[in-house]
Ligand binder design. Sequence first.
Ligand SMILES: [Zn+2]
Length: 411
Amino acid sequence: MDYGKITNNVLHWNYRGFTEFPLQRLHGEEDEITDIYLKENLISRIPSDIGKLNNLESLYLSGNDITELPREISKLTRLKCLDLSGNRLQYIPDEIGEVRNLKFLILDENEVRELPLRIAELRMLRYLSVCDNNLQWLPQRPVYNYHHCEFRFWRNPNLKTIPYSLWYHMFRGQQTRSLNIGCLSYPRCQETCNSTRRILRLNQNSTECTLNYDFPAIYNHIIVTSVVPSLFELCKRKFYEIISDAAKKLTPTPRSIYCDFYDTGYNENNNNVKSLQESLNHCNINSNEHNDENNNKKDLPKSNKESSKEFDDILLTTKRKGSCVPKDMIEEYFYYLPRFIKNDLCNGPLSRCENVRCKKPIFDFVYYEFCIEKLILIAASEDIILNAAFCSKSCAEAWKPGKNIVHWKFV
Ligand SMILES: [Zn+2]
C-alpha cells in the first residue's frame, strides 16, 4: 500500500491494519502534521519519540490495543484533542497534566483504576470522559474548573464514593440520572474484597450497613493513627503555598488559564514580580547538606545576579507557555532541593483542604471524612456516599455540622 507523500496536515489512517504507530512513515515531515486519525488499527504501543510531532493538535487512537501512555506525551504541547477510547490502558501518567492546551480527553472503555492527581492541572480542559473503566476512586479535584469542563465517569462499577466538592459543584440539586448509571450504587449488604491493599470500612450506625473500600495505592500513605501532621508535611504545605501564589502572580492575565483573578497587569517590572522576588528571597534554602546527585551547581546560595538570571528564565518560560505553574518555578529556581522533596512539590498536592476558609495543599497527611447526601434523580432521590479531605482534624470538625457523617476505619 502506498501511503504517498504528505499532501496536507491531516493524516487519515483509520482502519489500515497498522500494528505499530507509523511515525517512521512521516519521513521527517513530523513538524507538518496537525491531525492524525488512527482509529481501529492494531497499535499496541505509542512510541516514546511521539514528541517529534510538535505541531500535533489532534490524535485519534480509539479502537486500538494500547496498554500504556508514555510520559513523553507531555511533549505534545499543542495537543488539543486526545482520544484513547477503546484501548487497554490501566494507568494514565501524571505527565498528562503538562499537556497544557488539551481541551478534550477521551478515555472511555479502558481499564483505568485511578486518574492521576495532576489531571487537575489541565486548565483548558473542556471535556473529560472516563466512562466504562475500572475507577475505584476519584481525585479530590478531577478537573480544574467544574463549570467549564464536562466530566463523565459513568459505568465504573467499583466507584462507590465521589469527592464532596465534585458533588457540590456538579450534581447538587440537579436532576440527573447520570450518576447512578453503573456507579455509586449504595451498599445494601456487606461487601467483600480480596485485595491485599488497605481496606477502608465505612459504617453507618443507623442502618448498620458496612461498605469495604479497596483503598487506592496512591492514597496508602493516609495517616489514621495520628491527628497531627508531620513537620515535614507542614513545611511542604507552606513552601507550596508560597510557590503557587508566586506562580499565579507571574502568570499573564487575562488570557491566562492558570490565574483565578484578573486584576494584575503583566510586565517584567511590575510590582507583582517584585513581590514575587521578595517571596522567593524568604525561601532561600541552603542546599549544602542536600546536594542533588545530578547537581553540579554547588556554589549556593546564589548571588543576586545569578538569581536574577534564573528569574528571567522563568519569565521567558512563562511567556512561552502562557502560564506559570509551581513545577516550573521549583525546577528552575529550586533545582538544588533534594530530589525526594522536589518530586513531591513538582507533582503537586494530593488535594486541597475541603474547608473553604483553609484550602491548604495536602501532601502526605490527609484527614478524611465521609458523609451521605441525596442524589436527586428524575423521578426519585437516592443516597450517595461522598468523601472529603482535610488538612487537619480541626478543619474536618468545622465542616461536619449539619452533615450526615459516616464513620470509617481501616480494617
Ligand atoms: Zn484545612
